[in-house]
Design a binder for this molecule. Structure first.
Ligand code: ADP
Ligand code: MG
Length: 245
């Protein structure tokens, strides 16, 4: 059982405060959806959790099972069990996915003797063309193929807690269903805890949230059950504008 605990998190980028006191706790097996308008700070939250350069934490804490995540470098956070599926997956010319996954598993002290079979199995499970696995990471892949590739990596690495930043952006319906179902399965099979950032209820029909949070102007302004996503779909974000301090 693992817990990612975010407490009173304030962060700024380029001298501007973007996160203004975020509290959020994600434990194994739970799916937390974070929804919010453009510019609310959703991607900033994911960047701060993983330690992307350029973001400055000015107050608050992020811990994984009590360990200070903010004191770790990004790769140490990954080894500790955090994983980010980026909104716009990065292309890495000259580097094959299989090599990345071998290195990543080895650094976690896990068996890498059967990588080929493991990758083939996970690729097939989400209808990701195995030939594409041999390409350099995400190079010349379509938007949907990139997200399938990222989801395949998540499935192989089995992190404790995953942050999915708009898994649904750039995906067609079939790819969305395959990727969302795979993550949903990981929450039940492997006890993955998921922080699912999205604009759209469509994703949440496959990847069913236990909790829904609305992030607006750097704060969580409302939390509730899955029904909150339906309220948002109907009424939009306007009703949840944050009260200015
Ligand atoms: P969301 O993902 O909710 O749409 P973001 O976290 O991407 O929002 O952005 C929140 C705000 O922070 C926006 O006003 C955005 O312009 C700003 N921002 C994010 N990253 C940077 C950056 N690297 N440099 C400057 N401004 C940034
Ligand atoms: Mg974003």
């Amino acid at each position: 059982m693992s817990t990612l605990d975010i407490r009173g998190l304030h962060a700024e980028v380029a001298g501007k405060e973007i996160l203004r006191g975020v509290d959020l706790t994600v434990s194994s097996g739970e799916v937390h959806a974070v929804m919010g308008p453009n510019g609310a700070g959703k991607s900033t939250l994911s960047a701060v959790i993983m330690g992307k350069p350029g973001y400055k934490v000015t107050a608050g804490s992020v811990t994984l099972d009590g360990r200070d995540v903010l004191a770790l470098s990004t790769w140490e956070r990954a080894v500790a069990g955090l994983h980010l599926v980026m909104q716009y997956p990065t292309e890495v010319p000259g580097v094959q996915v299989a090599d990345v996954l071998s290195e990543a598993l080895a650094s976690r002290g896990r068996d890498t003797s059967d990588m080929g079979a493991l990758i083939a199995r996970e690729a097939a499970r989400i209808n990701f063309d195995e030939d594409l696995v041999r390409r350099a990471v995400n190079v010349d892949l379509s938007g949907g193929e990139k997200k399938r590739n990222e989801t395949m990596q998540l499935a192989v690495l089995k992190p404790k807690i995953a942050i999915l930043d708009e898994l649904d952006s750039g995906l067609d319906i079939d790819a969305l269903r395959d990727c969302a179902r795979r993550v949903e399965d990981a929450t039940t099979e492997d006890g993955l805890g998921a922080l699912v950032i999205t604009h759209y209820v469509r994703l949440l029909e496959e990847l069913k949230p236990d909790h829904v949070h609305i992030l607006a102007k750097g704060r969580i302004v409302k939390s509730g059950g899955p029904e909150l996503a339906d309220v948002l779909e109907r009424d939009g974000y306007a009703a949840f504008a944050p009260v200015e301090a």
